[in-house]
Write a protein that binds this ligand. Structure first.
Ligand code: ADP
Ligand code: MG
Length: 413
């Protein structure tokens, strides 16, 4: 069957070879082994369930936490001529009914749904009655309380699924799983140790830089000048910073968009659409931006100030280079950033978590001051399963950061 998989890779997607981990994950699923695939963002997790879904008879159900990602995935599959659909609350009730009834008739090879869909007894009765090829949990870290984005509905469907008489092979996929999360997912969906495919978190195409002691606005302006027409995101810590930076840049003649929770939903939707469709190259945003945006050609992500922890940083910076082409991840550090993040933790109501949050903030501050390879620092923070080599291109590997560290700014901290 794996030959068939290779043939499908060529035929539908036009790719000549598998990426690390894909072949093993696909082989296991084809052999009905429940599988957990941990691969970096952009590593090609979708193919790991799509190729088995094309190979095995029946309908594949993909559980996804994000409505916007469902549509992108379905559009891509449809463009290859594959019968796929999504059923979620963005559709009218009538349209949802129609698609469920088509699903009942076996019209789809792939159906994308949010976890809440399994609360519907009608949907469950359809699921129980049809032939299923597999059930996949995309963004499977959401299943775990230990994950950074826990969704109770993700976890509570597992017992519901187990009521399905001919339960097909189960698959879980994520880019961000710590050992605790991996163990948790394994226990929940019965994945034996040898069926965990873990290629680690390394994103070889990303170059990390920490810049200290420079005027941030000047830096951004110069950077944008050197990278015209390239898509990028600039993350600010506050809405006010986003507003001010955008105003500054537009005065300087740069066309930029902005995105934060202080804007209306329509405004935000518009900016997001312009960005995804390449009509707007640079977006200035708070961390409200990015979840569920599947734009593969983002060439740079600049953090205008230091985020609260490495988890957030790596997730946001990781939106660069999802197509595998080079991506720049730049963090502009100043000592005020520490005060701001400390203040935000102080303000948060979750008393019991504060100690942990401070410890995470400290690791983030250490990242900004380490003299060792930045990529290695991140990978070690996440307990990458493999030993890592210095990347050779981050600001520490190239000595850029170390020279800067001699500045007064750094000594102050
Ligand atoms: P993930 O879900 O792991 O973040 P995706 O499944 O969205 O990643 O894939 C990221 C990109 O890599 C997509 O553009 C996809 O077409 C491409 N891709 C996946 N597998 C391969 C492959 N074997 N060869 C070349 N490109 C691939
Ligand atoms: Mg994905």
């Amino acid at each position: 069957m794996i030959q068939k998989a290779e043939q499908l890779l060529q035929q539908y997607y036009g790719f000549s070879s598998f990426r690390p981990g894909q072949e093993q994950a696909i082989r296991q699923v084809l052999e009905s082994e429940n599988t957990l695939a941990v691969m970096p963002t952009g590593g090609g997790k979708s193919l790991c369930y799509q190729i088995p879904g094309l190979t095995l008879p029946g309908t594949a159900i993909i559980i996804s936490p994000l409505i916007s990602l469902m549509k992108d995935q379905v559009d891509a599959l449809n463009s290859y001529g594959i019968a796929a659909t999504y059923i979620n609350s963005s559709l009218s009730i009538q349209e949802q009914r129609q698609r469920i009834s088509d699903m009942e008739n076996g019209s789809y090879q792939f159906v994308y749904v949010a976890p809440e869909r399994f609360d519907s007894s009608h949907f469950m009765s359809v699921v129980k009655s049809i032939d299923l090829s597999l059930i996949a949990f995309d963004e499977a870290h959401c299943i775990s309380q230990w994950g950074h984005d826990f969704r109770p509905s993700y976890r509570s469907i597992v017992p519901t699924l187990k009521q399905i008489p001919d339960l097909p092979v189960l698959m879980a996929l994520t880019a961000t799983a710590t050992q605790e999360v991996i163990k948790d997912i394994q226990a929940l969906i019965d994945v034996p140790d040898h069926s965990v495919v873990n290629t680690g978190f390394a994103r070889e195409n990303l170059s990390f830089r920490v810049i200290k002691g420079r005027d941030k606005r000047d830096f951004v302006q110069e950077y944008l000048k050197s990278r015209p027409d390239e898509a990028g995101i600039i993350y600010t810590a506050t809405r006010k910073d986003a507003d001010q930076l955008q105003q500054f840049l537009s005065k300087k003649g740069y066309s930029t968009g902005k995105y934060h929770a202080g804007m209306t939903e329509d405004q935000r939707k518009q900016v997001q659409m312009d960005f995804v469709q390449d009509e707007l190259t640079t977006i200035i945003a708070t961390n409200a931006f990015g979840m569920g945006i599947d734009k593969s050609n983002v060439r740079f992500v600049i953090h205008y100030s230091m985020p609260m922890n490495i988890e957030s940083y790596y997730q946001e910076a990781g939106r660069a280079g999802r197509d595998g082409e080079p991506g720049d991840c730049i963090l502009l550090f100043s000592s005020q950033d520490i005060h701001l993040q400390r203040f935000l933790i102080d303000q948060s109501p979750a008393e019991d978590k504060k100690k942990e949050e401070y410890a995470k903030l400290q690791s983030m501050v250490n990242y900004c001051h380490t003299h060792t390879c930045l990529q290695q620092y991140i990978l070690e923070y996440f307990n990458n399963p493999f030993p890592t080599e210095p990347c050779g291109k981050c600001s520490n590997c190239t000595y850029e950061g170390i020279e800067q560290d001699m500045t007064r700014e750094a000594q102050m901290v």
